[in-house]
Design a binder for this molecule. Structure first.
Ligand SMILES: *Cc1c(COP(=O)(O)O)cnc(C)c1O
Length: 231
């Protein structure tokens, strides 16, 4: 067996630690979410054996299937990072994943009821469309304060922070501005006490994200290689 995934994880973890130290932060305060969408469970097992615990998935049914197939992995933690349709909220709630992409009161309400049925309190983040892209999900900056207030009131949800996916093919200085924007939004809306987590940064820009305050980086390609086409 080759050790590509293990080696990639070592490299990424070293880069995360360096970026954290550069910006006066502790490496252990950054959580690496290994984005395993479309990759087989064998790849996830390999990463798990190398010590990786947090995994990110984009599709509800795929998350559920992998959650079941990998139920023997102790302390594995799932993050749902795709666009969530309300009719899939139930499926996601059964996995007790952190839902990073809540962007409306209606979705939060559906998730709250699904979590209640599961007897769970689901951790959630609010996805913010900092780049104001039409095709992208996420709440607007303007709607964020009210959404935070509403989400906090659901008994079966636990608000943990903010998440963003900035516009893709910009140079890194441009991307950094979006990371700063998310951090500024966090600071303007209760700070780390209310919103301890900031999920931002992917394979090509996670170091800049950490320098701007990310607590969670979502890295797929740099760990698992290029994604196979989905069906
Ligand atoms: C796929 C995906 C990632 C990982 O992207 P890579 O470029 O492969 O690291 C991160 N975040 C979200 C929301 C994704 O959909």
């Amino acid at each position: 067996m080759t050790n590509i995934i293990k080696n990639n994880l070592e490299i990424i973890n070293r880069r995360i630690a360096a970026a954290a130290l550069r910006s006066g932060r502790r490496p252990e305060d950054i959580t690496l979410v290994a984005v395993s969408k479309v990759h087989p469970t064998s790849a996830i097992r390999e990463a798990y054996e190398a010590g990786q615990r947090h995994f990110g998935e984009n599709y509800a049914q795929e998350l559920k299937d992998k959650h079941e197939m990998l139920s023997d992995l102790v302390n594995i933690k799932w993050h749902f990072i795709g666009h969530l349709q309300r009719n899939k909220a139930k499926i996601v709630a059964t996995t007790n994943a952190v839902v990073e992409t809540v962007d409306s009161v209606r979705l939060a309400d559906t998730l709250d009821r699904a979590a209640e049925n599961e007897g769970q309190r689901l951790p959630v983040m609010i996805q913010v469309n900092v780049g104001r892209e039409h095709q992208k999900s996420g709440t607007t900056t303007e709607a964020l304060p009210a959404l935070l207030d509403r989400v906090e009131r659901f008994e079966h949800l636990r608000l943990t922070g903010l998440m963003t996916i900035p516009p893709y093919d910009l140079d890194s200085d441009e991307t950094r501005k979006y990371f700063e924007s998310l951090r500024d939004l966090r600071d303007a809306n209760g700070g780390v006490v209310r919103l301890p987590h900031l999920s931002m940064g992917m394979s090509h820009d996670f170091e800049a994200a950490i320098e701007e305050g990310a607590t969670h980086v979502r890295v797929g390609t740099a760990i698992f290689g290029r994604r196979p086409l989905r069906r």
